[in-house]
Design a protein. Structure first.
Length: 437
């Protein structure tokens, strides 16, 4: 690594951390990562010198699935150490339906395109003037691709308008651009939800059940006297005045939530902005050096059997995400759930402590990929792609037992590897005022 690239990595880390509230203590990760990058193991090692413990774990999983009546021959596995010295696999280079492991490819493409601290901006403008507490014109909301604009975002925005003394809109609510609220695909539906969120006197049902705001957060009261108007393309207007610019969560926080809950709508919205599933596959293949024959995608979420990634490619994708995250002062745990959380799609799973994973599920597919730590071999990378009609919980049990068996054989480390710990972060007010009236 050159002196210039080392300095560049350090400056990149410091600048992004200063903007998104990360702890400055994570800066060394950007430097240390170059000396501790994972090495994708050779398939030759996995076939001619397969690690006996990993080989036994795979055989036990296959026997267990057979006993459960899940006899589909397309069971793919790749297991390897961080340094690539040991490995074992089965159908490791065959593209198999990956389900929501596809979101790992979307995660990598998003990081490569925007960087971890990217914010999607939603502009709030008005037409006409403000008289007293009333906008004498339209309230215009223009989206720019925020995939996580939910009740909480709209409520915070409504409160900011109230803080400016605005309580009435004489004109219409105009919602335009790439705007989606609560993962709704249709713009008119998103606009209707936004109108409800801005006026707590209309709240009932879902908004009261799902909006989780800090204690003491005011409830916005913004009356819109006109109608709802929507447009995918907002025509320029000289009399439109920018009032507030609402920033999304930083991209890495968005990706963490997307992967923890395996949110398909979020993944599709991101992938659409990246050029679609095929473009995500191209970017992923180029970044990892894995043949495009092993990464075949039709979308960014993993919905559909045509999304196929080989087990070894799934590990390569996670490794490249790890590398990118480290350069930006983050870790894999900042982008995917840890087993300790018992949350999202890994709730009630029996995985090793400290494992960082991504799940994938379709009607006859159960996939799991990630890392866990051991005393004997350090960090272990793995990907499992199971197929078969029947009880998907049987797949979950066999996957968890495979990991637990390896931890039993190789032990847990005395201290966890800091390169795989979560980074402290705190949210703040993300509504920037551009005009006070």
């Amino acid at each position: 690594m050159t002196t210039w690239s080392l300095a560049s990595a350090l400056l990149l880390t410091i600048s992004t951390q200063a903007l998104d509230g990360r702890a400055i203590a994570t800066v060394p990760r950007a430097i240390v990562s170059y000396a501790t990058r994972p090495v994708l193991a050779s398939e030759v090692i996995a076939t001619s010198q397969a690690d006996p413990d990993a080989k036994q774990a795979i055989s036990a999983m296959l026997s267990e699935l057979q006993q459960a009546g899940l006899t589909n021959p397309d069971q793919g596995v790749w297991i390897q150490s961080h340094d690539g010295a040991i490995a074992a696999g089965r159908l490791s280079s065959r593209p198999l339906p990956s389900a929501s492991l596809t979101k790992s490819a979307t995660t990598l493409a998003a990081l490569l395109t925007w960087g971890s601290n990217h914010r999607f901006m939603t502009d709030v403008s008005i037409t006409g003037d403000i008289s007293g507490d009333t906008i004498k014109g339209d309230l215009v909301i223009e989206g720019n691709g925020d995939p996580l604009f939910v009740w909480e975002e709209a409520i915070a925005l409504g409160n900011k308008l109230n803080q400016l003394g605005i309580k009435r809109v004489q004109g219409n609510l105009v919602v335009a651009g790439n705007f989606a609220m609560n993962f709704e695909a249709e713009l008119p539906e998103s606009a209707s939800l936004l109108r409800v969120a801005l006026d707590s006197r209309q709240w009932q049902g879902e908004v009261t059940e799902h909006a989780t705001m800090p204690a003491g957060t005011p409830k916005p009261e913004l009356v819109i006297l006109g109608n709802i108007r929507t447009s995918t393309n907002l025509s320029p207007q000289a009399n439109r005045k920018l009032l507030i610019r609402h920033a999304s969560l930083p991209l890495w926080q968005i990706l963490k939530k997307m992967n923890t809950f395996s949110n398909n709508a979020m993944a599709e919205m991101l992938a659409a902005q990246l050029g679609g599933g095929k473009q995500v596959a191209i970017m992923t293949s180029q970044a990892t050096g894995i043949s495009s024959n092993e990464i075949k995608l039709i979308n960014g979420s993993g919905l559909g059997q045509a999304n196929q990634i080989s087990p070894r490619a799934n590990v390569a994708i996670l490794m490249e995400i790890h590398n990118r995250a480290q350069v930006e002062g983050l870790t894999l745990a900042d982008l995917f759930p840890m087993s300790n959380c018992n949350c999202g799609t890994i709730e009630d799973r029996k995985m090793p402590a400290g494992a960082i994973v991504k799940t994938g599920t379709l009607s006859d597919v159960s996939a799991l990929a990630g890392v866990f730590q051991t005393k004997k071999y350090g960090v272990i990378w793995f990907a499992i792609a199971n197929r078969g009609e029947g009880d998907l919980d049987a797949f979950h049990r066999s996957q968890d037992r495979l990991l637990q068996f390896l931890v039993k054989q190789w032990g847990l480390p005395k201290l966890p590897n800091a390169s795989f710990a979560e980074t402290p972060w705190h949210d703040s007010d993300r509504n920037q005022i551009y005009s006070d009236r």
